[in-house]
Ligand binder design. Structure first.
Ligand SMILES: Cc1ncc(COP(=O)(O)O)c(C=O)c1O
Length: 295
């Protein structure tokens, strides 16, 4: 029999089938909460401090006072171990909602305990997609104006991603006021004449940690990065496109709506950045050679 996963809920490590959350939780009523997803490369968390600092910003952004952030490192490690994920590529999902209170719009009077739910699950690399690239669609960015907060209110993202998936696409690029912002669960980067272009961090995008790592790599390998919004009507002017994210890592985009990007294969700058990224994830953290020589 498959053992139900061990999860963490409000201070306790318990079997997932024993975990219950009140229907009065403000996360359930209002999506009043935030989350983070951290990848663990064979037990090594990737950019842990960066994720925690973004979580602190998200909590502050919606005024949730959670005092247990320091414990998240040990909880994450314990869940990876308890779920036999130590030798795998896995992820830890952390969700913190404001807590349980009578349903009124105003924040509850006095302190209530946030609801803290954390789980670990396998997150294998998307090898085929990373090698071949994916097709994407573009749609209007119908989300709110505080996208820098990693809110659990993801209905627009799921609706848009559902449409992409139903059309056989791997992501949906979002356009706000004529400019690409980001995608439903990843950031967008385009390459023109060897220079990277991406939306600057602002309230219209999530400050992606993978995107930040890519920018850092670019500095090391002398690739220029321009952080300015990309006009949607100039989509044809860029030689390469890719998306970044904790789960996606670096995924080349080879088709945007009806348009084939370049020759329909991942471009040289994207492949170079993938190789450099693997050096600091699979090779260094997981102490394993991903065979990237022919990448
Ligand atoms: C809307 C959105 N943008 C960008 C990203 C990529 O962020 P990161 O690289 O930190 O995973 C995510 C990740 O979940 C996301 O949901």
């Amino acid at each position: 029999m498959i053992q139900p996963a061990t999860i963490y809920l409000n201070g306790q490590f318990i079997s997932k089938d024993k975990a219950f959350i009140s229907p009065e939780d403000r996360g359930f009523y209002f999506a009043d909460g935030v989350y983070e997803v951290i990848k663990y490369y064979k037990s090594h968390p990737f950019c842990f401090n960066e994720h925690i600092s973004r979580l602190r910003n998200s909590l502050a952004g919606i005024q949730i006072h959670y005092t247990g952030v320091e414990k998240l490192d040990s909880i994450g490690k314990a869940l990876i171990e308890a779920n036999q994920l130590s030798e795998q590529y896995a992820a830890v999902y952390i969700q913190i909602t404001r807590g349980v209170a009578t349903r009124v719009h105003r924040f509850p009077d006095g302190e209530i305990s946030p609801t803290v739910y954390i789980r670990a699950f396998p997150m294998p690399p998307l090898l085929q997609e990373m090698r071949r690239g994916i097709q994407v669609i573009t749609r209007k960015d119908i989300r709110w104006q505080m996208c820098h907060i990693k809110s659990i209110a993801l209905l627009p993202n799921t609706l848009l991603f559902e449409e992409a998936a139903a059309r056989g696409a791997g992501e949906c690029l979002l356009v706000r006021d004529g400019y690409f912002t980001e995608a439903t669960h990843s950031n967008i980067i385009a390459v023109k004449k060897g220079i990277l272009h991406t939306h600057p961090d602002s309230n219209f995008i999530l400050p992606g940690i993978t995107k930040q790592v890519v920018i850092r790599i670019c500095k090391e390998v002398n690739i220029q990065v321009v952080e300015e919004p990309i006009p949607a009507d100039e989509v044809k002017d860029y030689d390469e496109w890719f998306i970044t994210g904790t789960g996606s890592e670096i995924l080349p985009v080879v088709m945007i709506d009806e348009m084939t990007v370049g020759n329909g294969k991942p471009g040289p700058v994207t492949r170079l950045l993938q190789r450099e990224f693997f050096k600091i994830t699979y090779r260094a953290l997981a102490s394993e050679e991903m065979s990237t020589d022919d990448w």
